[in-house]
Design a protein around this ligand. Structure first.
Ligand SMILES: Nc1ncnc2c1ncn2[C@@H]1O[C@H](COP(=O)(O)OP(=O)(O)OP(=O)(O)O)[C@@H](O)[C@H]1O
Length: 327
């Protein structure tokens, strides 16, 4: 749904130039929720703004729903942008318009006839759970409600893609959770493809099927979350499942074990202990629900050296687990 290839963007000013995006390739499939995670200044906002051409990249291509946006003139971009919704950290609502008025505005600018607007506004407010607040002004709303208006407005023109620029950063954890639940619901009900940027690992954990870690304008790692979890040394795996435990235990072999899908809920460690008659020690770890799947990750200590434990570790691998040295 979104294909980005060789994207570069440099900002030039009197004080010099900053390479904000430095050669990014990205493919977001239809119906994916793709999270780009990174610290402040990593280039996330610039990348997102290049997807709907709020920033013109210096090099590379951006294709959304089969249309190469980088090849379009400014005049041609306007209708193309209607296929891409966007939500913002600080909501960007019109303070002089009511909730219904803000949503109607998005329909006005995309040329929806007046007769259709009213019913579409009602439909959208129902979708985001704001029917009761239709006549309120933004100043009378909570942060979560403001973001719901932002979401209703962003999907008003029935876009295929929603871009989210730190949409939950200004919200408390409980409200963040309700907004993420709404995004996931829209993703599933409308088949909406979502590309989001965030600095919060919890956002990736909660709703993303794929993710990238961005640093200094580049992707340090990227791919489906379940695959990244299985990758040796993955920063994302460490962030999602921190294993705070010693990497060495005298007289024992210490390994990190990652499983996803059904095996995460199987009594895998109990079976391991029984089958090989070993006292497995769990040094750290958990089983959790991610957006698309269940996943488990543990640091284990098995008595004896690597040779003593070869068969046991092979058994775990046969069961689909990734077994590696502590990272
Ligand atoms: N309009 C601009 N002019 C000059 N430099 C800019 C501009 N916008 C961003 N930059 C610089 O580009 C780099 C990437 O910024 P960007 O905002 O894309 O990062 P980010 O990861 O989104 O960070 P944040 O979360 O703080 O917004 C930074 O060094 C930033 O200072």
């Amino acid at each position: 749904m979104i294909e980005i290839s060789g994207l570069r963007k440099t900002y030039r000013s009197r004080r010099g130039s900053v390479v904000a995006v430095d050669g990014v390739d990205l493919a977001v499939g239809e119906g994916d929720v793709y999270g780009v995670l990174g610290r402040s200044g990593a280039g996330k906002s610039t990348l997102l703004r290049c997807v709907n051409m709020l920033e013109r990249p210096d090099a590379g291509t951006v294709t959304v729903d089969g249309l190469e946006l980088t090849g379009l003139r400014t005049r041609e971009l306007r209708p193309a942008r209607h296929r891409i919704g966007m939500i913002h950290q600080h909501f960007a609502l019109l303070s002089s318009r009511t909730v219904a008025g803000n949503v109607a505005f998005a329909l006005e600018v995309t040329g929806v006839p007046r007769a259709e607007r009213k019913s579409r506004v009602a439909e959208l407010l129902d979708l985001v759970g704001l029917t009761e607040r239709a006549d309120a002004y933004p100043a009378q709303l909570s942060g979560g409600q403001k973001q719901r208006v932002g979401i209703a407005r962003a999907i008003a023109a029935r876009p295929k893609v929603l871009l989210s620029d730190e949409a939950t950063s200004a919200l408390d954890p409980e409200t963040t959770d309700s907004i993420l639940r709404l995004l996931l619901d829209l993703n599933r009900r409308l088949g909406l493809t979502i590309l989001l940027i965030t600095h919060e690992m919890a956002v990736v954990k909660r709703i993303c099927t794929s993710a990238a870690i961005m640093r200094d304008g580049r992707f340090a790692e990227s791919g489906p979350v379940t695959e990244l979890l299985q990758q040796p040394g993955s920063e994302l795996a460490r962030g999602l499942f921190p294993l705070e435990a010693p990497a060495e235990v005298p007289g024992a072999t210490v390994v990190d074990v990652t499983v996803s899908g059904e095996e995460a809920d199987a009594p895998l460690l109990a079976e391991l202990a029984r089958r090989f008659d070993i006292d497995v020690r769990i040094l750290a770890g958990s089983v959790e629900t991610l957006a698309a799947t269940r996943a488990g990750r543990w640091r284990l200590a098995l008595p004896g050296d690597a040779d003593d434990n070869r068969e046991a570790l092979d058994y775990l691998r046969k069961r689909g687990a990734r077994v590696g040295e502590p990272a």
